[in-house]
Design a protein around this ligand. Structure first.
Ligand code: FES
Ligand code: FES
Length: 167
């Protein structure tokens, strides 16, 4: 019996073949269909999830190797009450998606980027998302949305520092 920690919950996969890629366990066994199948060979990034906070290709991860790690999918980015994460909201504000197929993977890679690099440069963004392909060419809007969240956080920090100085 394989159990995985996904989006803060322990989920049983029953007697699934341990070699089954996480992508199919998410979609077919658990009904978490936000993670997309693009190429199946680690080339497109559509299936990106987080494993212990790092972006990883769900099409390449056998479920048998994932017990004890923390997995987050696109369904786990919003708060439990449905409030979107800052990046998800920026995706809406910047009208990022076109067909939408690559966007869950893009958001997962962008979220991981901002967690480790709160003020990314253009090059940081390019490098971090270089493995996430978008046939619709939404790259500029993705970069704009990421930078808007980074800038808002930086502004908030300045305001809080000013407030602390004035106190
Ligand atoms: S489906 Fe996994 S990288 Fe393309
Ligand atoms: S929005 Fe269509 S592939 Fe990226």
């Amino acid at each position: 019996m394989i159990t995985l920690n996904i989006n803060g919950e322990v989920k049983s996969l029953g007697d699934i073949d341990p070699e089954t890629p996480l992508l199919w366990a998410l979609r077919d066994t658990l009904g978490l269909v936000g993670t997309k199948y693009g190429c199946g060979i680690a080339q497109c990034g559509a299936c990106t999830v987080h494993v212990d906070g790092n972006p990883a290709r769900a099409c390449q991860l056998p479920v048998g190797a994932l017990q004890g790690v923390i997995i987050t999918t696109i369904e786990g980015l919003a708060a439990k009450d449905g409030t979107l994460s800052d990046l998800q909201q920026a995706w809406v504000d910047y009208d990022v998606p076109q067909c939408g197929y690559c966007q869950a993977g893009q958001l997962m890679s962008a979220t991981a980027l901002l967690e480790r690099t709160p003020k990314p440069t253009d090059d940081d963004i390019k490098t971090a998302l270089s493995g996430n392909l978008c046939r619709c060419g939404t790259y500029n809007r993705i970069a704009g949305a990421i930078k808007s969240v980074a800038n808002k956080k930086a502004e908030l920090e300045v305001t809080e520092t000013d407030r602390a100085k004035g106190a």
